[in-house]
Design a protein around this ligand. Structure first.
Ligand SMILES: Nc1nc2c(c(=O)[nH]1)N[C@H]1C(S)=C(S)[C@@H](COP(=O)(O)O)O[C@H]1N2
Ligand SMILES: [Mo]
Length: 386
């Protein structure tokens, strides 16, 4: 069997001009995805060297929506980009070329790392957005974060190596005459410019189809947006009470919210006690790391005021504990700047109705600019360590 060479790949649509133009779009989507990913990762750290801000309340909704949307837009762009360059994999390397060989090896090695990490990031990200977790959610975030640095590093190296070529081909014409396999019988079909436009349009369609789960106006085109407005109170449900195993404990007449300081219980509240505290209403979004988000009106008590009612201050991290007995999100940390924010509630109502069991009845945390995954449902204790 003969190993194919670049000449065996007929399409003249493949050219550095095409690869570079798609690369510009791909670089932009990866850049947005990387930066917004850093924000999301930071927001989910259990403690922040620099406090994560509570304003604007829709900040995380915007950045995480952009993260998932730009990642989805990158998929068709990456596919076309790979298609346009893969024959180069079959280029023979002259083993006697000495220093050039080393450079070629480095270049190809960095491309291998870039391609592998880019595919890994897009595939695992898409799996996560589709709520398919073959891994524990903790390791997803760690691995996705680590490989983001690998991918962006390899990308910067790739751009640096290719800069002279990129500059050349971007300033030259794309060569409209180079059509896909033009023959006498069959007139040319797709042009190079057509290919670039199609790839970018496919990215745009993918982005629109995803953004629908964040932008209400786009809901109708949101074929990838799995959760867009269904669920009690018009807000999607991520994990149901049944799935979390809290149906009995959350509906028990013995339900209590416990305030715990250094392992000692310093106060308890029944649901009626919570209803007797001053009730506040805030318009705040739930913004899931998976990209969907929904704004809602939440009614309930300020976390700060519940703590104060038990004689506890608001200057420490607060552990927010769920009735849920297993799973990584059963206990989250609320940093002091979030505790002190007047918009941070233990919500009892959603859009004017008592919370649905699936939205966290009897009470759930809702705080401004906080990743959805940290908006703990079925809260049963607030824990402070002095
Ligand atoms: N106890 C508990 N709280 C939880 C979760 C969970 O699995 N368990 N999921 C979180 C995630 S990932 C999101 S996006 C929000 C969604 O809230 P909703 O289901 O009310 O829309 O709840 C958060 N609170
Ligand atoms: Mo989520």
């Amino acid at each position: 069997m003969r190993i194919p060479g670049p000449e065996d790949f007929g399409s003249r649509l493949r050219s550095p001009a095409v690869a570079a133009r798609i690369g510009v779009w791909l670089g932009a989507t990866f850049g947005i995805c990387f930066l917004t990913g850093l924000i999301s990762h930071y927001a989910q750290l259990p403690s922040h060297p620099l406090p994560f801000p509570t304003s604007p309340s829709w900040g995380y909704r915007l950045t995480q929506g952009l993260h998932v949307t730009s990642g989805t837009a990158a998929v068709p762009l990456l596919l076309v980009k790979l298609w346009s360059v893969y024959p180069r994999l079959f280029e023979r390397v002259d083993v006697r070329a000495g220093r050039r060989l080393l450079l070629t090896g480095l270049e190809r090695g960095s491309i291998a790392v870039l391609v592998a990490s880019a595919i890994f990031q897009l595939v695992t990200g898409a799996m996560n957005a589709a709520q398919w977790y073959p891994w524990s959610s903790f390791s997803f975030r760690t691995v996705h974060y680590a490989l983001a640095w690998v991918a962006i590093g390899a990308l910067l190296l790739h751009i640096a190596v290719k800069l002279p070529v990129i500059r050349d081909v971007l300033t030259q014409d794309i060569d409209e005459t180079a059509h896909d396999r033009p023959t006498a019988v069959e007139p040319a079909s797709l042009s190079r410019r057509g290919l670039v436009r199609t790839a970018v349009a496919a990215g745009g369609v993918a982005a629109l189809a995803t953004a629908g789960s964040t932008v209400p106006l786009l809901r109708r085109v949101s074929v990838f947006g799995v959760r867009s407005g269904d669920g009690p109170g018009g807000v999607p449900v991520n994990k149901s009470a049944f799935a979390a195993g809290v149906e009995t404990s959350a509906t028990s007449p013995d339900y209590l919210l416990r305030i715990v300081v250094d392992g000692q219980e310093v106060g308890t509240f029944t649901l009626a006690d919570l209803r007797a505290l001053p009730q506040r209403t805030e318009q705040l979004p739930i913004a899931c790391v998976e990209g969907w988000s929904a704004s809602a009106s939440w009614g309930g008590v300020r976390v700060r005021e519940v703590l104060a009612a038990a004689g506890v201050g608001s200057d420490r991290d607060v552990g927010v504990v769920s009735l849920q007995e297993a799973g990584p999100f059963r206990r989250t940390i609320l940093p002091p700047n979030f505790v002190r924010d007047d918009r941070t509630l233990l919500a009892l109502d959603l859009n004017g109705e008592p919370l649905d069991l699936d939205h966290g009845y009897p009470c759930r945390l809702i705080a401004p600019n906080r990743p959805g995954v940290l908006q703990t449902k079925w809260v049963t204790a607030l824990e402070v360590t002095t």
